[in-house]
Design a binder for this molecule. Sequence first.
Ligand code: E4P
Length: 218
Amino acid sequence: MALIFVDTANLDEIREAAAWGVLDGVTTNPTLMFKAGTANRKEQTLKIVDIVQGSVSAEVISTDAPGMIEEAREILSWSDHVYVKIPTIPEGLKAMREISSWPNGRINATLIFSANQAFLAAKAGASYASIFLGRLDDAGLDGMEVVRQTRQVFDNYGFGCAVLAASIRNTVHVTQALLAGADILTMPFPVLKTMMHSPFTDIGLQRFLDDWAKISAK
Ligand code: E4P
């Protein structure tokens, strides 16, 4: 089963997506909090948890391992639904190693741009490896190839870490990430909306309704 997350801290978007009944979780980051107009990470995260009752990722701000560990301890105490996002840098790996030894050590390793980084995050005990495929594509590289490689590496060695396709830009990315075997896809709300849209569906539905109206008027 592939999980669908929305990549936003906007409560209206999250409410609408949750109402469709297919939403499994939410990812946030400092930029998304900024866009949602709040610096109260705890309050916003708990509001999101209330809506989705699924996995909700909140990111640390510290860049040194002791600081990340301290923040993670607090963030993970907010709710059993919360995953702590740790940047995949050397200090982040140190922090992941420690946090993953805790009973509630749910880690979303973020800012991953290569299968090697994903491999290291999985070894350090991350639950999710977030591959920023759209940003790779933006730079003229092949982001989906990193998703494919990571899937293969995790399968080759039996890592339980989930392959999370992040930084999704469009619905083509969604299909490709599913075909590449991503476990989780996190996408902006407009992409989720577009997934449901086909003009052929609208035209087909209208034709059914018109024909039904004609026959039932007889
Ligand atoms: C992942 O969890 C990140 O929040 C996200 O996907 C980043 O995407 P962006 O490249 O659109 O900022």
